[in-house]
Design a protein around this ligand. Structure first.
Ligand code: SER
Length: 318
C-alpha cells in the first residue's frame, strides 16, 4: 500500500515507521521535523507544517496514499502551555488532512485519539460511548477531530478509523504528555538512579506498551469495514497507580529512588481522565487483545531502555 504518516517523528510514528517499511509499504512522511539520522529506508520524508493547507495538499497529491496515519499533534501538558498552537496543529491540522483525503481520494484515514478526549465525572470503567467534556485544549481538539472524521465519513464516505490511546510507554523519549511520568520512572530511574514524579502516588490512568499500541493501529486498519460498528474505539491494557508503576521499577532496578512531587495543574489533568477504559467494542468488532500487562511490559521496557543507554553512552576515553 501507499501510506502517508503525519507526525512520524513523534512517539508513535518513530516506532510505527520501521514496521510499515518492513511490511513492504511505500511510505511517505509529513512532519515538521527534519528527517532523522536513523530513519528507515526507503521512506520519502516531506518536511512541512500540518497547519499549512497547501503544504498538506501537495504532500497528499504527490504521494496519493491509500491510507493516512494522522499522528501529528501537540500533547496535553505542552498544549496547556500554548493552547493556540495546540488548536492549530491538532484541529486545523486534522481538517487539512481530512480535506486532502477527500480531494485526493485517500481510501482510509487513521486518527490517533486519546483518553484525554474524556473529561471529569467519569465512571470507574469508561465505556466507548459517553458524554465527552474534556478540560484540556488537547482533549477538546481530539473530541472535535473524532467528530470531524465522523462527519467526513457520513458526508463524503471517507473510511475514517481511530483509537483512543492510553498513555503510551516506549523506550524513546516522549514529549509534552501528562502521562509521561510513568515512562520517566523507567528512563530517568535507569539513567540517573532517581526521579520525582509530577503526580500523586494514587494517580491512575490507562497505559499501554507501544508494541500493543502499534498492533492496534495495524489491526484496526486491516479490519473489514463491515465489521466495524463505530469509527473510534477505546483500547485498553494496563491500569495502574503511579505507586504501582514505581514499585514495578523498584523491583527491577535495585536502589532506584522514585519519589513524588505533585504539580497541581498536571495532577488535575490526570484526575479528569479515565482510570480505566472499557474496550469491549474493539474486542468484539476487530478482535483487539493486548499482550502486555504491567509486569511483562516492565521486563521488556527496562531491557530496551538499558540497551539504548549503552548505545548513547559516550565512548570511553583511552
Ligand atoms: N499521552 C497523552 C498526554 O499525556 C495522553 O493521550 O497528553
Amino acid at each position: 500500500m501507499k501510506i502517508l504518516v503525519t507526525g512520524a517523528a513523534g512517539q508513535v510514528g518513530t516506532d510505527l515507521l520501521p514496521l510499515l517499511v518492513e511490511q513492504g509499504h511505500e511510505v511517505t512522511v509529513f512532519d515538521i521535523a527534519r528527517r532523522p539520522a536513523g530513519c528507515p529506508e526507503p521512506v520519502t520524508w516531506v518536511q512541512g507544517d500540518i497547519t499549512g493547507r497547501p503544504e498538506v495538499f501537495d504532500a497528499v497529491k504527490a504521494s496519493r496514499p491509500d491510507l493516512i496515519y494522522h499522528l501529528a499533534a501537540i500533547l496535553s501538558a505542552r498544549g496547556e502551555d500554548m493552547p493556540h498552537v495546540a488548536y492549530r496543529v491538532n484541529l486545523d491540522g486534522t481538517m487539512n488532512v481530512l480535506e486532502a483525503a477527500r480531494l485526493f481520494e485517500t481510501g482510509q484515514v487513521f486518527f490517533a485519539s486519546t483518553i484525554a478526549a474524556f473529561g471529569p465525572g467519569l465512571p470507574d470503567l469508561v465505556p466507548n460511548e459517553i458524554s465527552m467534556r474534556p478540560t484540556t485544549m488537547y482533549g477538546v481538539t481530539k473530541v472535535a477531530g473524532e467528530l470531524l472524521g465522523e462527519y467526513y465519513a457520513r458526508k463524503f464516505g471517507l473510511d475514517f478509523r481511530g483509537v483512543r490511546f492510553p498513555g503510551l510507554l516506549n523506550a524513546g523519549i516522549p514529549g509534552g504528555g501528562t502521562s509521561d511520568y510513568a515512562l520517566f520512572m523507567y528512563v530517568e530511574g535507569l539513567r540517573t538512579g532517581s526521579y520525582a514524579a509530577f503526580c500523586e502516588p494514587h494517580a491512575m490512568i490507562p497505559f499501554m506498551y507501544m508494541p500493543d499500541a502499534l498492533r492496534a493501529i495495524l489491526e484496526l486498519a486491516e479490519a473489514p469495514r463491515e465489521k466495524l460498528t463505530r469509527h473510534v474505539y477505546n483500547i485498553a491494557s494496563i491500569s495502574a497507580t503511579a505507586e504501582e508503576f514505581a514499585d514495578a521499577v523498584r523491583a527491577r532496578v535495585p536502589g532506584v529512588d522514585l519519589t513524588f512531587e505533585p504539580v497541581p495543574e498536571l495532577q488535575a489533568i490526570l484526575d479528569s481522565w479515565p482510570r480505566a477504559l472499557d474496550d469491549t467494542a474493539a474486542r468484539e468488532d476487530w478482535g483487539w487483545q493486548p499482550e502486555y500487562d504491567l509486569e511483562a511490559m516492565s521486563d521488556d521496557l527496562i531491557a530496551k531502555v538499558k540497551a539504548l543507554l549503552v548505545e548513547d553512552a559516550p565512548a570511553p576515553t583511552p
